[in-house]
Design a binder for this molecule. Structure first.
Ligand code: ZN
Length: 144
């Protein structure tokens, strides 16, 4: 069985941050501009399988991304969430955390139901790659 995120980690053309333990790249179906994913580079499905080192690396990267998103896109708040297990809406069995920058007046979905807003195939249109690259580059330069 192939994992699209393991493939992405090897070939992902739009990387905001990557080291031995973690990677961040934009989701191809953002709720709002700057909606990014954070994954361990190792294939794990659940938080239980993360090493303490991976957990710390994920936390540190989220903190870094928050600063980058606040600087680059004027984020005032964040939805930080992941879906674990099919019943919770985990569509790809490689643990991934959604970091969604929020600001007053944004046009994204505000109600909190991960199954409704984080992954609904066909419910949103894909952003053009050029736009994703521009946003990723903007965030990347603001990671601090
Ligand atoms: Zn994987």
């Amino acid at each position: 069985m192939t994992c699209p995120f393991c493939d992405d980690i090897k070939r992902q053309p739009i990387i905001i941050y990557k080291d031995d333990l973690v990677i961040s790249f934009p989701t191809n179906m953002p709720i709002v501009t700057g909606h990014v994913l954070v994954c361990p580079t190792r294939h794990v499905e659940k938080i239980d399988q993360l090493s303490n080192g991976e957990l710390k690396a994920i936390k540190d990267l989220i903190v870094k991304l928050k600063k980058g998103l606040a600087s680059s896109l004027l984020a005032e708040g964040f939805n930080i969430a992941w879906n674990e297990g099919k019943m919770a809406g985990q569509a790809i069995d490689h643990l991934h955390i959604h970091v969604v920058p929020r600001k007053t007046g944004d046009s994204g979905i505000h109600e909190y139901d991960p199954r409704k807003f984080l992954y609904r195939p066909g419910s949103r249109i894909e952003s053009p790659e050029r736009e994703l690259k521009e946003v990723a580059a903007l965030i990347k330069t603001n990671l601090g």
